[in-house]
Design a protein around this ligand. Structure first.
Ligand SMILES: O=C(O)C(=O)C[C@]1(C(=O)O)C=C[C@@H](O)C=C1
Length: 378
């Protein structure tokens, strides 16, 4: 048979399939109304198992495919039924409320909590995220969160991931524990320099100070040194400040280029990071779940019950809507027996009703679902 002839037959089968699929979905809608009236749960595992047994028996060597097709049909039927009879989920209701309040343009001014001191990479990120904001320096990531939660600062800026080191776990933990929203993000190319007091030589150095992320990003350089103690501190600018204030000719800081001039230090080596493509992403957080105009990126933290296909179900929904996933990272839950949460980022906007419906479905099916925000990267 010619290819075109085979395809004609496939077209005819597809037409019948679609017709039958829509009939099946109509019947599933009727089931939803019945279940709603009689207070029955949507999922009926026994019924699904019975259908699967019959279908696989009839499908011979292609039983795997039939099993997969019918499992997908059940999932579609269940999600349609949930849409028809379930109350809106918490997150979807909150997102709708944010949208109804109207999307506004990102503010130009406001107090911004920033971890570190002048010259820190976080400060450069603050300037990029809010060019006309007023920076309030605090000591720790937790203090950034507290400043935003207490209303002292309208915004807070935090590093969230690095291209060499991955996610900043401490920041994700804070996002999990506090009810905050991401409203903007930016990506900075990070170069690390080795800064010392003027006149100090490489062989004089016995101590190097820096933030643990920067230490991780310069591991090749640090491993090549002998007899040097590496000491973590709050951030890279703080390291430069400390070396300058101590006046110690055996100490060096891994810090950024502007910090040399800021703290009167000299640069012994202007590129000690493992990779020249070293980027860090910073987020801007607020207390209120605002969605500003131009938002096109969604951040989520989700967890599943431990069952086969749980992650696949989420990924298939994204694929069906042609949504690009820019991040999927699993992270062990501290103190658990190998339980994991997933950090997800999507190129999508909740302004699109099908995206919002998909998030609502995810929230229903996930054991844990946290919507961190819908925002623009600048
Ligand atoms: O028979 C039901 O109770 C239905 O809701 C229909 C259906 C199906 O698609 O066949 C869907 C969900 C249930 O878990 C079981 C079966």
């Amino acid at each position: 048979m010619e290819l075109s002839e085979i395809r004609e037959k496939i077209d005819a089968v597809d037409e019948q399939l679609l017709d039958l699929f829509l009939q099946r979905m109509d019947l599933s809608d009727e089931v939803a109304a019945y279940k709603n009236a009689h207070h029955l749960p949507i999922l009926n595992k026994e019924r699904e198992r019975a259908i699967l047994a019959k279908v696989t028996e009839k499908s011979g060597e292609r039983e795997r495919y039939a099993y997969h097709l019918f499992s997908t049909l059940f999932e579609l039927a269940r999600s349609r039924q949930a849409e028809l009879i379930s109350a809106p989920t918490k997150v979807a209701a909150q997102v709708r409320a944010s949208l109804e309040a109207g999307t506004s343009v990102f503010p130009q001014t406001g107090l911004v909590a920033c971890q570190g001191v002048e010259g820190a990479n976080s400060q450069v990120a603050c300037d990029r995220l809010l060019p006309r904001g007023n920076i309030v320096y605090v000591k720790t990531f937790q203090a950034v969160v507290s400043a935003v939660e207490s209303g002292l600062c309208r915004f807070g800026v935090l590093p969230i991931e690095n291209s060499s080191n991955g996610s900043v776990r401490a920041v994700y933990e804070l996002l999990q524990d506090h009810n905050l929203s991401i409203v903007r993000s930016t990506r900075l190319c990070i170069r690390h320099e080795l800064l010392t007091l003027p006149g100090v030589k490489m062989e004089d150095i016995t101590e190097i100070y820096s933030h643990e992320q920067a230490i991780g990003q310069c591991s090749k350089f640090l491993n090549s040194l002998n007899g040097v103690r590496v000491i973590p501190c709050d951030n890279t600018a703080m390291a430069a400040k400390m070396v300058a204030e101590k006046g110690d000719r055996h100490a060096a800081a891994i810090s950024s280029h502007p910090c040399a001039a800021l703290y009167g230090l000299t640069c012994l080596n202007d590129s000690i990071q493992d990779s020249d493509n070293n980027y860090t992403r910073f987020i801007c957080i607020t207390k209120d779940p605002v969605i500003y105009a131009g938002a096109n990126r969604i951040s989520l933290i989700i967890a599943f019950d431990n069952r086969p296909g749980a992650l696949y179900e989420i990924l298939s929904k994204l694929a069906a809507l042609d949504i690009n996933m820019t991040k999927l990272e699993s992270c062990p839950v501290a103190g658990s027996d190998f339980e994991f949460v997933f950090f997800l980022e999507l190129d999508a906007s909740v302004q699109d009703p099908s995206v919002l419906a998909m998030l609502e479905e995810m929230e229903r099916s996930c054991a844990e679902f946290q919507f961190l925000g819908n925002y623009a990267e600048v």
